[in-house]
Design a protein around this ligand. Structure first.
Ligand SMILES: *Cc1c(COP(=O)(O)O)cnc(C)c1O
Length: 433
């Protein structure tokens, strides 16, 4: 399959270009040129398929021209090697747990699949290939684990010294091999600036193939569709075969784009709900028709603190940029920090289920608008262990239990390099890697 860019001067590129460039020349996003619709026979078999089997059949139409059958098979087996269970919280509300991967966040699947894709599509050359990324916490761990020991690729993750939690830091610094975690003396913005400078440095790019693994990469987006095939299949076993409502806690709107793409491939879903925190650009857009990006507001669900969602143009494109068509299938609503805390507490007390702050927005987003005759599930995007301070503030005893379960994960260990925030230091580092 070929991939098209969404800018005003459309570009059509190969899978390899879409994956290694990340963005088109005009800075717009890539999308599949067409959306393949799966056969009825696939949906008849879906309930009995394993995760790697689902992934193979869903991803095959996008990748068949670029990968051998055996390669794709191996990639989906090694990516989807942990469970993605659906639990019923109460009668008509389910939770699909996306946090059973190595860094306890849903970004693991995308990062794992992208790493394997890059490793196979990597053009033969003597240039060293480096995935360079800046992180304020969550992405770095997922990318580090996703690319760990992947042949032919070095990973450099820049994080702001002293500004991320010990738990998150350990996820990057404890690995070694091809994973290089570098603490920058500065803020997250400094890390991002350094990464941008490296991407724009032609001289550097003569000797090092630097590439990004950020969330706009199609290689991360496509495999996230599998969540929704799994969720719908499991929910329909519970509810007598009715298409469920699906709620996705959203920041950059990548995960919900994958969900809608799955629906366009034929997956039965009644409707979608995007739950955001108070960074509410999209809920306001659906209300007013005006898209007004804003600077971000810090919230308890901080992986969703996004003021200009990068994947939004893709979701809009799936509805031909027609707001009425989109609103017929997708609604959006806002959850405040106070509501996040109340939800964590009340869901635990009433249903004995512990939510992290992101998943709490998903729960509330779903249960608020669910009609009597509807059933639905939301996705739980992180394990509460990753956001223990919030759990501590509402359910201290539960936080303590988690701390005991995860033990030494909270003590700083492993090693990392230190770097001042000058570009010259980064460049020298990359050249010597
Ligand atoms: C990244 C992230 C999100 C938001 O996902 P998008 O695809 O950016 O909408 C939600 N929850 C957690 C825990 C995340 O890490």
């Amino acid at each position: 399959m070929l991939f098209k860019s969404l800018g005003s001067t459309p570009q059509t590129v190969s899978l390899s270009d879409a994956v290694f460039k990340g963005l088109a020349d005009d800075g717009s996003l890539f999308m599949p040129q067409s959306v393949p619709v799966l056969e009825k026979d696939f949906f008849d078999r879906l309930p009995a398929l394993t995760l790697p089997e689902i992934a193979f059949e869903v991803l095959h139409p996008y990748l068949e021209e670029d990968l051998k059958y055996s390669e794709l098979k191996e990639m989906v087996e090694s990516t989807f090697s942990f469970p993605i269970p659906l639990n019923l919280i109460h009668d008509n509300v389910g939770v699909l747990e996306l946090f059973h991967g190595p860094t306890q966040a849903f970004k693991d699947v995308g990062a794992r699949f992208l790493s394997r894709l890059m490793s196979r599509l990597h053009p033969v050359s003597d240039k060293k290939m480096v995935v360079l990324t800046a992180t304020s916490g969550d992405t770095g761990g997922a990318v580090a684990h996703g690319f760990y020991k992947v042949p032919g690729i070095e990973v450099v993750v820049l994080f702001p010294e002293g500004k991320i939690s010990p738990y998150q830091q350990n996820q990057m610094t404890s690995l070694g091999y091809n994973i290089h975690a570098v603490a920058v003396d500065g803020a997250f913005d400094d890390c991002q600036r350094l990464v941008k400078q490296a991407f724009n440095d032609r001289d550097l790019r003569q000797s090092v193939a630097v590439t990004s693994a950020n969330s706009i990469n199609l290689g991360r987006l496509l495999p996230q569709m599998i969540y929704y095939f799994q969720g719908v299949a499991r929910m329909m076993e519970q509810n007598g075969g009715r298409p469920p409502v699906v709620c996705v806690p959203s920041g950059n709107f990548g995960n919900i784009t994958a969900a809608v793409l799955a629906h366009k491939m034929g997956l039965p879903v009644k409707r979608f709900v995007a739950a955001t925190n108070v960074n509410d650009v999209i809920p306001r857009f659906l209300h007013s028709g005006n898209y007004e990006p804003r600077s971000t507001i810090a919230t308890l669900a901080n992986a969703m603190d996004v003021g200009d969602p990068s994947n939004w143009p893709r979701l809009f494109e799936l509805y031909q940029q027609d707001i009425e068509k989109l609103k017929a299938e997708v609604s959006a609503l806002v959850v405040t920090d106070d509501e996040i805390k109340e939800t964590i507490q009340s869901v635990f007390e009433t249903h004995n289920y512990l939510l992290d702050p992101h998943s709490a927005t998903g729960y509330l987003g779903l249960s608020r608008g669910l009609k009597k005759d509807e059933t639905g599930f939301f996705v739980s995007t992180a394990h509460p262990v990753k956001f223990l301070e919030t759990i501590d503030s509402v359910l201290p005893q539960e936080a303590q239990k988690i701390r005991a379960d995860f033990g030494d994960a909270f003590d700083i260990k492993g090693s990392h390099e230190m770097m001042d925030n000058s570009y010259k230091s980064l460049k020298d580092y990359l050249l010597e890697l």
